[in-house]
Structures are given as structure tokens and as C-alpha cells.
Design a protein around this ligand. Structure first.
Ligand code: SF4
Ligand code: SF4
Length: 204
């Protein structure tokens, strides 16, 4: 029958419209800022239409959300030990080619070292695809959650090694599931290597 689809669509809109007020009453009009209310009203179980008044209200990003990359380091802020080995794989994998790396050199011999001397990411060109983090074989590059990076100065959007660095604790905090899985995989790998070594010793 002609028009039935339109009526069905309008009924869905009306359902959401009514549910919006029902949900408002359920949560209490004055409880918008109560901890837990915002995430609950934006969850899959929420009913009706609910608008977050950004930037006054900011929802926590989902764990898998990704914005520009950062470089993971161990140790303190003063004595950073970057996981990065300056292998250059991330720069090759980056589709818009917005990563630049300069490998460190031994000052005496001039031989290349397994760490970066300089590392730049042009975050205005970065399209947040996450390829660099996916391809990094050393878990040295991860995608950030911080998306509030607007600035009037273009030059500030070319992040250097210092700006890109984040402690491993930060990574564990924003991506706890990924971090735990990586730690588990590393522990299992170390365990296999120890067993293989012990087996080789026994054979001798
Ligand atoms: S971040 Fe990872 S992929 Fe990129 S240069 Fe460093 S170790 Fe290699
Ligand atoms: S997220 Fe994508 S575009 Fe951005 S630096 Fe990594 S690979 Fe390049």
C-alpha cells in the first residue's frame, strides 16, 4: 500500500521522540552531570535521543578509538627509553607519508643505532588510520585518544620526538585490554623461549 513505508518511518521517529521525554523523566532532568549518567544515556541500552553538549560535556572515548599516534617509552620522563628502533616500517606503511624518522648514530663510530634521533609526525596530514601502529613490530607506536588538538599555529602540528612520547603507563591506561593482551603474549613468548633453552641444555 502506498505511503505505508512513510507511516512506518514516522512511527519510529515518534517512538524516539516520546522515549526521549520518558528517558529524561527516568534519569531526572537535573541529573545530567551525575557521574555515570552521560555514558549510560549514550550506550546501546539508552532510549530516545540524547545530545551531549560538547565541549561542556565530553564523553570518554571507546577503548578502540584512535587519533594521532604516540611513541611509547619505558622509564621516567627525564630518562626516556623509547621502544622504537627506528626501523622505518611505520613511515613506509603510512598512506599519506606523514612520518619522518632520523636514526641515531654512534658519535664515535658513526654506526647506526637502534633508536631514533628525530621522529616527526605531521598530525594535520595524519588521517588516523592506525596503519603505523598496526605495522610496528615493537609495540612502539600506538594510537592516542586525545582528539582536542585544534590550534591556530600550523607549525605546532608537526609533533617531534618529545611531543610524541608517552609513558607505557599511559598506554596501559587508555587501552587496558590491548595492553593486557600484549603483556600476556610477551610472557608466553618468554616462557616458550626459556623452555626451548632449557631443552637445548638438557640435550648437551
Ligand atoms: S615506531 Fe615502530 S615501526 Fe616505526 S620506526 Fe619505530 S619501531 Fe619501527
Ligand atoms: S595513523 Fe595512518 S596516517 Fe597517521 S601517521 Fe599512522 S599510518 Fe600515517
Amino acid at each position: 500500500m502506498y505511503g505505508l513505508g512513510i507511516l512506518k518511518g514516522l512511527s519510529v521517529t515518534m517512538k524516539h521522540f516520546v522515549n526521549t521525554y520518558v528517558d529524561d523523566i527516568k534519569w531526572g532532568f537535573g541529573k545530567r552531570y551525575t557521574p555515570g549518567v552521560l555514558p549510560a544515556r549514550q550506550s546501546a541500552e539508552a532510549r530516545g535521543v540524547f545530545t551531549v553538549q560538547y565541549p561542556e560535556e565530553v564523553l570518554p572515548p571507546q577503548e578502540r578509538f584512535r587519533f594521532v599516534p604516540f611513541l611509547v617509552y619505558e622509564g621516567t620522563d627525564e630518562e626516556r627509553q623509547y621502544r622504537c628502533t627506528a626501523c622505518g616500517i611505520c613511515a613506509k606503511a603510512c598512506p599519506p607519508q606523514c612520518i619522518w624518522i632520523v636514526r641515531a648514530k654512534d658519535p664515535e663510530t658513526g654506526k647506526p643505532l637502534r633508536r631514533p634521533a628525530e621522529f616527526y609526525v605531521d598530525i594535520d596530514i595524519c588521517m588516523n588510520c592506525g596503519s603505523c601502529a598496526e605495522y610496528c613490530p615493537f609495540d612502539a607506536l600506538k594510537m592516542d585518544h586525545d582528539f582536542e588538538l585544534a590550534d591556530h599555529d600550523r607549525a605546532k602540528h608537526i609533533y617531534d620526538l618529545q611531543q610524541l612520547g608517552q609513558p607505557v603507563e599511559y598506554y596501559a591506561k587508555i587501552r587496558p585490554t590491548y595492553y593486557a593482551a600484549e603483556q600476556e603474549a610477551k610472557a608466553a613468548k618468554a616462557d616458550r623461549a626459556a623452555k626451548a633453552k632449557a631443552a637445548r641444555r638438557e640435550k648437551k
